[in-house]
Every structure is written in structure tokens, then in C-alpha cells.
Design a protein around this ligand. Sequence first.
Ligand SMILES: [Fe+2]
Ligand SMILES: [Fe+2]
Length: 203
Amino acid sequence: MIFPFTEADAMRILSERLKPERLRHSVCVAECAQLLAGRYGYDEKIAKMTGLLHDICKNDNLDFQLQTIKNGGIMLTSIEKKSPPLYHAIAGAAYLKTVLQVEDADVLNAVRYHTTGRAGMSALEKIIFVADLASADRNYPDVETVRKLSGQSLEQAMLYVLEFLICDLIHRKKYLHPDSIAAYNELRSEMDADCYGGALCQR
Ligand SMILES: [Fe+2]
Ligand SMILES: [Fe+2]
């Protein structure tokens, strides 16, 4: 069993840990993840539960997030230490594993990498990454484009979002996580290979 608790249990745990607005976001991400799973042939129940739980540590203070990460035996890289907005994703994976006894590596990775992305993402990782940005509660200027792309291709939606996120981090003079760059490069080269039918590589 991937989740040793029910969806109702998850809702109860989340309602104790999250502020109402964050809980609403989590429910919207769960719904979006379920929808994307249906569209792309992934297990809807696992996607929905992972979406529900992806921000489980978001409202913990930073010290608590760091302690949760430590309890999970995870060492932060120097870039991660300098990027507090990433803590909650890493802490979320650690919390699911150490406190809620979720052992499934794919679920833990989907939570851990939902903010940065990474190269070689699984279907579930992509679904959660995209659902987090295409969910019904999101209202940033380009959200409709992301929603439209997410209906065509998870990879196209991810690439579009990563372009924005990377540029935005640079404009705000923040650090870039190497995993985000690796995800961008991988998706960009897949897109190029699609466009040229791989012809450039064969020359
Ligand atoms: Fe998050
Ligand atoms: Fe989120």
C-alpha cells in the first residue's frame, strides 16, 4: 500500500498543519493532478493523494522545516541552504517518510522535486510539478497558457514554466538550482529533437 492512510485521514492531517488558503491550494492541486493522470494514463488515486500532500510542510516555520529535513537524513546542498523557498518541498518528502510512513520513492520524489524539477522526472513527478502551477486556484498572468499546454503535453507545459521560473529567479537575483537547469536542458533538447526529427544529431 503506497499510502498507509486514507484520503480522509490526509485531509484531517492537512487541515491541522496548513492554513485554509494553503489547504485550498492543496485540494486544487490534487484535483488537477487527478485530471492530468487521467489524461496521461497514470494512476489517478496516487496522483490525487500526492497532489494533496505536496505542500504538507509549507506552513511550518523555516527552522522546523530544516529540522524535518535533518530528521529525514537529508543533507542540503549549499544552493539549497541559500534558497529557503525550496525547504518545504524537501521537508515535505522527509515528513511523509519519517512521520507518515510513506515509503514509495516515486511519491517522495514527486514531493521533493515539485519546486525545482529535475532531469529524468517520472510521470508522477511531472504531473505534480505541472499540477502545482496549473491548478484552479492559480491566477498569475500566464496561467491559461500553462493550462492549455498541460492538456497537450506535460513536457511542453514544464518547459514553458521552467523558462519563466529561471528568468524570474535571475531577475530577482536569486540562485538557480542545478536540478532546474538540468530539467530545462533535458526538455529543451527533447523539444529540439522532436522539431528536427533528430536530423541534426544524425549529421
Ligand atoms: Fe510547494
Ligand atoms: Fe503548491
